[in-house]
Design a protein around this ligand. Structure first.
Ligand SMILES: [Zn+2]
Length: 222
């Protein structure tokens, strides 16, 4: 089943009113086109005649039946997340279930799924990568440097020939995207620590989860 709705939206740039189409569920078997639009950044975007493109916030449930994978976009903060988590837990659905706060976060999850990468090990890789970035003038890199650990770092692609992961990193203000790469091996080492895999009841595998997971790993190894 595909859920589509529409929303009356005002363009924040010119004030024109539109009826924007909202896709609220994506099934990769029955609606591969919606998945393609999601990955292209064209899903639930209001494109106004004035040239302004606005991302519409909406609950979107992504389902890949082949991978037994569900991921729901839940805008609206922690309370909405908690409610969605309770609904997931009560659904009795088996497979991988994830909750994310934005469509961008869903895009990253879908790219990881398609690349055959474990999102939890990727999130841990990000924390270690960010921790290794030394702020200018702050001395040698150390663990969990304040500020850096909060930077937005998004998975972009895997290059198996070059044995690297490609990322897009943003500055402290979330702007100025820059491309970086890292050795695939660092990720693989984390992914083979299967006891580090979150339980099926862990729906939010994000930076906060990974920061805690890396902290536990460091404690274990000491
Ligand atoms: Zn406009």
């Amino acid at each position: 089943m595909v859920i589509r709705g529409s929303a009356r939206v005002t363009c924040p740039s010119c004030g024109a009113k539109h009826d924007g189409e909202l896709v609220q569920s994506i099934n990769t078997q029955t609606n591969p086109k919606d998945k393609a639009r999601l990955l292209a950044g064209d899903l639930n975007v209001l494109a106004c005649a004035c040239g302004k493109r606005t991302q519409l916030a909406a609950n979107v449930l992504f389902h890949d039946p082949d991978a037994q994978y569900y991921c729901q976009v839940v805008p609206g903060g922690d309370r909405a997340m908690d409610e969605a988590a309770a609904a997931f837990a009560a659904s009795g659905v088996s497979g991988t279930l994830r909750l994310v706060p934005s469509l961008n976060a869903l895009v990253e999850k879908v790219k990881l799924l398609d690349a055959g990468l474990e999102d939890w090990a990727i999130e841990m890789t990000k924390v270690l990568l960010l921790a290794s970035i030394s702020p200018v003038g702050a001395g040698p890199p150390g663990p969990m440097i304040g500020g850096e650990i909060d930077r937005v770092l998004l998975f972009d692609a895997i290059d198996r020939d070059a044995q690297t992961l490609r990322w897009v990193i943003f500055d402290e203000d979330g702007r100025t995207p820059e491309r970086v790469s890292s050795p695939l091996l660092a990720y693989e080492k984390l992914a083979t620590r299967t006891h580090g895999r979150p339980p099926d009841t862990e729906f939010r595998v994000d930076r906060a989860w990974a920061t805690e997971a890396v902290r536990k790993m460091v404690v274990e190894s000491n």
